[in-house]
Unconditional design. Sequence first.
Length: 312
Amino acid sequence: MSTDVVAAVDIGGTKIAAGLVDDTGRVRHQIQVATPAGPAAIVEVVAELVTGLRSRAVVRAVGVGAPGVIDPAAGVVRSATDILPGWAGTPIRELLAARLGLPVAVINDVGAAAVGAARGPELRGYPEILHVSVGTGIGGALIRNGQLVSGPHAVAGAVAHLLVPVAGVIPCGCGRFDHLEAVAAGPAIAAAIAKETGSAPLPLTGAIRVPGAEAVIAAAARLLGRTLAGLVCAVDVDAVALGGGVVHGVPGFAGLVRDALHAEALAPLRTLPVLVPGAGADAPLLGAAHLARQTVAGADARHLARQTGVHP
């Protein structure tokens, strides 16, 4: 393995993944554990995972992709839904840096996935990308000229709370109604399958095998595609990238989203590429690692400037 190694962490609603990423962009020694309850426990688990990875290699920095609206400068969760109760306000960077003694960079998890996917071969020819992740929740991020667009409130590209034409009785994790995440995220699809088929509630991995589930899944995918058709009209990108557990775990889901988007979109967008990048589940780790490397490079440049008096 290259000696230039960073640790990357992807915090999700159901699992936390961590791995070593070398300078060739390969994820090594990946570990996954269930996400514990409570912010303190989550930070503790992340610190333990990184400590374990450090026994395998000299780690220069840590990059973290985390749910919620993340202030990238401070590494603090500014707001979050109840996918992770109590998560809002968590100073992730400060807590991990104190525990690990390493530079720590924190970004929204879907932003990390977008950066990781955009660096892959499938998306290199598309400078402007809308990345949408469908899993425990629904997230989005915008890439312009290879760089993540944060926006003044750090929510550029977010799609979870777009309004959709539903009955208004399904609450979103934010507490409001008629939001995309409440009807097209993994748990929402699983709940709809149980309701429509009269089957016992199951995680989506089991629910997709229930007789009658295909129609429910198709309805959710089409609703997502139609909603994204409106969004791409507003932001106008070169391509849409799809990722997340539902996209990778439910056969045909991405194709249904693509077809619905093309059917609903304005004429210039009816051939817009809708892609599932090959980075797959590794995309958040690759993006978090890239952010960690940028943090190290920035720190090195500042140190050199102090030593030489020559500022970049």
